[in-house]
Design a protein around this ligand. Structure first.
Ligand SMILES: [Zn+2]
Length: 239
């Protein structure tokens, strides 16, 4: 159920029987010459639509956070980089705000890699005020499934581009899809890193993307995400 579609009485009533909310978190960022700036929000939005169809009766979906932190891609047109401290503080207060009305379990459903370190800190802060939080990074947590469909993964690469094509092929200009396999020798940060490693604001091989691959990704990972949400809600947290 989408919180934004409810009135305050419906929301209060829901909170009497539900204690779990999903916060969709994305980014507005350059995604190659071929994918839309909203890619990192468009994909989570679609996955959550599929999840809402299946288990919407038992989980609240909060309004989206469409801006995040992107240090590496800040040099490319359209990237709106929110400093990590500001972004983290904002997400923390969204979680705290939900807790005020009875939410006890928060799912951070993330579409952007640059958000991950900050969201880890947010989870610790939310745990410190009594909440249980789980971070779901769809392309990372289900990399094994995705790699059974796509040869490689990447920023606006084969997997992400396929995932957007499956939602709406008009959003992607495949004639501008490229390949970029350059990467740093390790986990590095240096001034020209975005230019060197994220050439054309993408990584991987977008030319191999297809809508069919995207549909298969959703078909494979959605039930697994639902399984994880079920466990999280049931308090079944330790393997
Ligand atoms: Zn992305």
């Amino acid at each position: 159920m989408y919180i934004a579609d409810m009135n305050m009485d419906e929301f209060a009533k829901c909170l009497k029987r539900l204690d779990t909310a999903i916060i969709p978190i994305g980014m507005t960022e350059a995604h190659g010459h071929h994918c839309p700036l909203g890619t990192d929000m468009i994909i989570p939005r679609h996955i959550l639509r599929l999840i809402n169809e299946r288990i919407g009766h038992k989980v609240l979906i909060a309004p989206e956070i469409p801006y995040g932190h992107s240090w590496t891609l800040g040099i490319y047109p359209g990237t709106i980089d929110i400093p990590a401290e500001v972004f983290g503080e904002y997400v923390y207060h969204v979680g705290k705000g939900l807790a005020k009305w009875g939410v006890r379990k928060v799912i951070l459903f993330n579409g952007h890699g640059g958000n991950i370190p900050t969201l880890s800190i947010v989870m610790e802060r939310l745990a410190d005020i009594g909440l249980a939080t789980i971070l779901i990074n769809w392309w990372k947590d289900y990399a094994e499934e995705i790699r059974s469909i796509c040869e490689g993964q990447g920023h606006a690469g084969e997997d992400e581009t396929s995932a957007v094509l499956a939602i709406d092929s008009k959003l992607v200009d495949m004639s501008r899809a490229r390949t970029n396999w350059q990467r740093a020798i390790g986990d590095m940060r240096y001034p020209a890193m975005g230019k060197d490693t994220m050439t054309h604001a993408m990584t991987g091989d977008a030319t191999r993307a297809s809508g069919d691959k995207g549909h298969t990704i959703y078909r494979l990972i959605t039930p697994k995400i639902i399984e994880l949400i079920d466990k999280f809600q049931a308090g079944d947290w330790i393997i």
